[in-house]
Design a protein around this ligand. Sequence first.
Ligand SMILES: *Cc1c(COP(=O)(O)O)cnc(C)c1O
Length: 414
Amino acid sequence: MPEPFEETLRQRLEAVRAQGLWRSLRPVDHRSASTLETGGHRLVSFAGNDYLGLSQHPAVMEAAVRAVHDWGAGSAASRLICGSLAVHHRLEETLAGFLGTEAALGFTTGHAAATGTIPALVGPGDVVIVDRLVHACCVDAARLSGAKLRVFRHNDLDDLERILGWASRLPRNASGGPRVLVVTEGVFSMDGDSAPLAGLVELKERHGAWLMLDEAHSTGVLGPEGRGLAAQLGLGGRIEVRMGTLGKALGASGGFIAGSRALIDLLVNRARSFIFSTAPVPAAAAAALAALELMTTRDGEEARARLRSASATGAGVVARTFPGPSDSVPSEGSVGHILPVIVGDETAAVALADRLRAAGAWVPAIRHPTVARGSARLRLTFSAAHTEADLDLLEQALIRACLQTPAHRSGDAA
Ligand SMILES: *Cc1c(COP(=O)(O)O)cnc(C)c1O
């Protein structure tokens, strides 16, 4: 007889707690683009991905409200079943124009974009090769596809080439393949560095592989008018699958894939998370559309300038309060809006985050399984909405927290 349900769960939760990996939800009563209020305390947040503060921008909020009045609160069904609302088409046309692709397709989340797309492109007998640090949704999607999953060392082109060489010696399958899909990120979500995209593109072309680039943390932030890393490097036209989210710098909600017309048509016919899911709410699409329209205006330019400035100031604060060597060399053209401070031990990272919170700064401790065991860290993110006073508060909070816990920057784990 297996153990009863509740008992089994209780034991598993005990194990989570014992490893310092316990997570729980903290209700937030109010938030602005840079602050939140929880349990009666107002905290300055260095945790969100609302890099440009657009979730609180009047034009973005107004667009969401108007869409509710125009279309209602929900979308009623999958777009293939109940008709595909014009607001979704306008968003997709604008996205394609923004990224310079033939077409784009919206999903309810970035996560759904990944899990719909990878299994639509590859299957058993094919190969997916991911950077070790890609987001969980791309790993899940690769597993779901049934393709062979291989992992290359983070940003290591030699290791990728070795695996591409192995893939090229595999026996041919029914599709004349195997098809080989390489997956990486524009700006890595937990480390803040960028993929060596020019080298990756050259390598995948030489091996006849396809490339999927997840720009969740670079859309809106990097490149001319926030068009992302691929646009910054002029490589957009050589990347088969460009993915992003509408929920981070664009301040709304949803995910997207951009690429050729054939890619988008295939996804409409084969991406299960698109076909078998209710369309994104009209308000989310309208908000994302308004945010995209802001990208090419003075407002957008100024928001990106404020983000760069807050990130530079924040990096200085962390360098002063965590003296010691750092192996995190900012990538060329990077903004530094994601700044990891590696603590190492899970429990120490949580203790440090608790002390920062007591001092008024919300900085999350990131632990396994989001990052590898023993590489627990504080993950600071900066926003265009951060003021000088917010960054002063961060400095005071870090000084107070670190007086009690020794901690070191990247590469110098405690
Ligand atoms: C957040 C994130 C996603 C998922 O996007 P959502 O819209 O939040 O589902 C995908 N990839 C990366 C790298 C992310 O950080």
